[in-house]
Design a protein around this ligand. Structure first.
Ligand SMILES: NC(=O)C1=CN([C@@H]2O[C@H](COP(=O)(O)OP(=O)(O)OC[C@H]3O[C@@H](n4cnc5c(N)ncnc54)[C@H](OP(=O)(O)O)[C@@H]3O)[C@@H](O)[C@H]2O)[C@H](O)CC1
Ligand SMILES: [K+]
Length: 223
């Protein structure tokens, strides 16, 4: 198993771009493999899914997954927790969502969380490797909602609220049933206190060529 820092992960992604894999392809792959992993737990058809999407690329992964869940027959609601996406790839994936996916923007619809019912499952795509604790108020409320709703939460790459490298965790960090780590494990998947928020960790291949990792990871035993 590979273990990387967030800076190493960014370098691996840059290497992947040089090797011919675009950022948008990596995002598409991340959403797709998360969809595949989630299908071991859910049938999707007729199920209700809430996708909490942040403004960065972790949110973009969530928007790809939202599209795939909708295609598989789930009733999907996306919550934009920090307004519109701020990266090119995430913005493109927001525009690819079909109209039948409800999109609530918590930056404007400030009371939206109060009106939500418990879904069949939740996708946490609020923050990944770019997060540094602590939460700001709106994110804290979103994380508290996920933790209190009673539905299983599946975290993309990391549970929101943990620091990938320091393995620190905000006291309201998302408590996931499963975390789908992309490409490589990060310290937060392996060290307390962050590890305790991850639930089962599945490290998923997003098709970054092997040579892009050279000299940029530590080999560790399977967790
Ligand atoms: N591993 C891979 O090969 C791939 C990973 N992908 C996914 O991308 C994320 C990392 O995306 P990134 O955009 O770098 O980071 P985040 O989505 O986690 O969020 C970054 C934004 O959040 C801001 N931030 C940080 N801390 C806070 C805070 N406490 N409160 C509010 N906002 C915060 C940060 O702002 P800065 O000023 O700190 O820069 C950013 O605006 C990775 O985890 C994967 O899920 C790719 O999609 C595919 C390839
Ligand atoms: K996340």
């Amino acid at each position: 198993m590979r273990l990387v820092t967030s800076a190493q992960m960014k370098q691996i992604e840059r290497n992947a771009v040089l090797a011919g894999l675009s950022y948008s392809e990596m995002m598409e792959n991340a959403g797709r493999v998360a969809f595949g992993a989630l299908s071991a737990y859910h049938d999707f058809e007729g199920e209700t899914a809430l996708v909490f999407a942040g403004k960065g690329n972790n949110g973009g992964d969530g928007l790809v997954l939202a599209r795939m869940l909708w295609r598989a027959g789930a009733k999907v609601t996306v919550l934009l927790c920090d307004g519109e996406p701020q990266t090119k790839e995430a913005t493109a994936n927001l525009s690819l969502l079909p109209r039948t996916v409800a999109v609530l923007n918590l930056a404007y619809e400030t009371q939206a969380l109060e009106g939500l019912s418990k879904p069949d499952f939740v996708v946490d795509a609020l923050y990944g490797t770019g997060f540094h604790p602590p939460f700001e108020m709106r994110d804290r409320q979103a994380a508290q909602w996920m933790n209190c709703c009673g539905a299983p939460v599946y975290a993309l790459d990391l549970p929101s609220g943990v620091d990938a490298d320091m393995a620190r965790a905000d006291c309201d960090a998302v408590r996931a049933r499963c975390t789908f780590a992309f490409d490589s494990l990060k310290y937060a998947h392996c060290r307390e206190p962050a590890k305790g928020y991850c639930g089962e960790v599945h490290c998923l291949n997003i098709w970054i060529p092997e040579e892009c990792h050279r000299g940029l990871y530590w080999e560790i035993e399977e967790q």
